[in-house]
Design a protein around this ligand. Structure first.
Ligand SMILES: [Zn+2]
Length: 212
């Protein structure tokens, strides 16, 4: 059984509705949103106004989710039945127990680029369509009728800390740790870079030990 969740990316110009089948609980989603804020800042590079567009932020969130899936595949930490983003447009899917709201600033308000993330448990029996309408209309005072708040934190989308040594990518597809290198750069470097040659030689040295 997954923990299903509805995720709303909002500002006063648009509300994008997403849905996930798995892992919509706090322990997974808090670090997920934190890493996503760094990832999104890296994605837009200098175009920081894009971090105030709900459509763009939702697209990056789906892309991020796909990279999380790929990294699980690459690290074999999970047996995957399908390789596609778990996060998707909600459409008519009507099956959830958690709700997450990512509030971003109004368009082009880059000066106060702070995102607010809130997580909620659905109050069983509450009217779901009324809840969604309240979220869409930003009637947050009404949310308590439908939802019980479980998380509330802010994020400033900035790419700080150890990203890929070549491109500063901070996301789930960092494949090596010391130095940190992302899958994208690794693929580019495969065409004859000394660093990769060294890595491959090391693997070849170890290979005979693990061969039958
Ligand atoms: Zn890179």
């Amino acid at each position: 059984m997954g923990t299903r969740g509805e995720i709303y990316v909002r500002n006063s110009s648009a509300v994008i509705e997403l849905w996930r089948h798995y892992d919509a609980y706090e322990r997974y989603m808090k670090p997920y949103f934190k890493l996503f804020a760094r990832y999104a800042a890296w994605c837009v590079d200098g175009q920081r106004h894009l971090l105030t567009y709900p459509e763009d932020v939702a697209t990056m969130l789906i892309t991020f989710d796909y990279e999380v899936k790929l990294s699980q595949q690459l690290h074999f930490s999970r047996r995957l039945f399908e390789v596609k983003p778990d996060l998707r447009p909600r459409g008519n899917i009507d099956d959830f127990e958690k709700v997450w709201i990512l509030d971003i600033p109004d368009i082009n308000d880059e000066r106060r680029l702070v995102w607010r993330v809130r997580g909620f448990d659905y109050r069983y029996g509450a009217n779901v369509e009324e809840m969604r309408d309240a979220i869409r209309r930003m009637e947050d005072a009404m949310l308590d009728c439908y939802l019980r708040k479980t998380s509330n934190f802010t994020l400033v989308p900035k790419n700080e800390g150890d990203g890929c040594k070549f491109c500063r990518y901070p996301g789930p597809l960092l494949l090596t740790e010391d130095p940190p290198v992302c899958a994208y750069c690794l693929v580019r470097k495969v065409k004859g870079d000394d660093f990769v040659k060294e890595q491959v030689e090391q693997i070849l040295k170890v290979a005979p030990l693990i061969s039958p």
